[in-house]
Design a protein around this ligand. Sequence first.
Ligand code: CAO
Length: 556
Amino acid sequence: MTVADTTITVPDIGGAEGAEVVEVLVAVGDHIELEQSLIVLESDKASMEIPATAAGVVTELRVAVGDQLSEGDVILQVQSDGAGSDASMPTAEPALGTAAADAATAVDATAAEPAAVEPSAAEVMTVTIPDIGTDGEVDLIELSVVVGQSVAEGDSLVVLESDKASMEVPAPASGTIQALLVSAGAMVREGTPILEMLVSKTATAASPSEPVAAAIPEAPAAAPTPAAGPESASTERPVAPVASVSSVSAAPNSEEDSVYAGPAVRKLAREFGVALTQVPGSGPRGRILKEDLQQFVANALAKPVASTGGGSGIPEVPDVDFSKFGSIDPQPRSRLDKITAANMTRAWLNVPHVTQFDDADITDLETFRKSLKAEAERKGTKMTPMPFILKACAVALNAHPKLKASLADGGETLVYKHYCHIGMAVDTPAGLMVPVIRDVDKKSIWEIGAEVLELAAAAKDKKLRPDQMQGGVFTVSSLGGIGGRGFTPIVNAPEVAILGVSRADVKPVWDGGGFVPRTLLPLSLSYDHRVINGGDAGRFLSDLREMLTDIRRLIL
Ligand code: CAO
């Protein structure tokens, strides 16, 4: 590898004198690649990224934002590692004259603006319409480039529209648009010349005695084409077939065109499918930088699905200025509330929910539970229906293990669990928490009761540890102490089922001979219909109901 000091100067910028440096994209010490953008110049007509004509480490930067530059002004000094040309070296003088003269037959000399590509390493290529899958003419509906514009390989040059699709014709190589040979509205077919561009000359064109210049790589073709031989960077060089590069795509809109961004950023935005009109630019005069686009995409991915909606392509609920209707008091939501909102939305959107309802006759259970009241007080605890419900769930879950399984591998696998840790939704001033009682199936009702009290208190005092909220296979959400006749709980994914418990009430029940007063406990079982079908859920709920109706069944 040859190491040499290389001076990179401002190339021919279309005769623009004193174009302003609006951005410096590199710093001393940076390693730059060939064709990497160095600075952004802005004339009264256009903004241009000036590409590196040599690769290496920047040793000296001669320009700053605000400087006025013209062709030939020094931009920077590079300690070249041999992967580029010395823009100031006369030995790299190319055969531009010949190539330009060849092209002159096809180019309107007055239309041909000078290029941003270093003339000493460039030649003219005529780009034609590639194979577009039809012999007939199609409408050229849009020119995506202007004379003088630098384009990267693959950037859209023109947009075609047939009666079936709209297609972009990509640039077959990086370079600068020299002349446009068609205008919007023209009818074109395969082989129609559309524009001339100056492209980096192939390595073979450089002086063999100059290894630095000889190391300029030929810009690769956008996609392999049968006709593209190794020396095909000429006027006959075919463009890649549209279908293999951009296939059917939406035509860029004119709003996008008015956005202040360079071609590299535009290309990246197209790859991400981001509308640049939505991206705030942090560069000088609002120019959209690559970092802005990256940040925009990162934000979009990280953005929790807002409580008001959004995500998954679902239109967001618009913000309303409630103060228009009366006095308001906006309060920041707690972190827990926001996490809960995101979790609920995620589960709601991902899990196809079904909810099934039943009533358990807990008349006998209630008689028994109340008989334990004094004993509970002696033990310093409290016996609510909750421990019985949890215990009954554990027994029913072990009998119906699918209800405590989880989907994995994107739905390819169903993970069955040999443990039975059950979560319990707890309403706290800070928000909803779900502590998990471990091994409910192995614990006595007294032990479970003690843990319900302990974990509910810890949740309300914000003393729960993360490990006390993990590992649940199923959740019970009891609103029994609060009221209501039934509700449809949201599955706590990746669990596949959740039991909602509402307030028990004494109701008249027909016993075959007459109505008798019975205490009925409303149960609602929501389940993930990808895993649980109605039969699974019905059998589970029936077993659960029977166990709560006759708690002797818990020990069978
Ligand atoms: N029917 C009738 N009475 C009930 C009942 C039911 N299903 N469940 C509880 N009760 C009674 C209790 O027996 C208790 O009365 P006594 O003091 O006279 O015995 C009273 O209601 C209060 O019970 P509790 O709510 O303090 O205790 P619990 O064991 O039933 O529940 C806990 C504990 C932590 C689950 C509960 O306090 C809680 O936070 N519930 C809300 C859960 C929630 O928010 N779910 C919604 C999640 S989805 O938005």
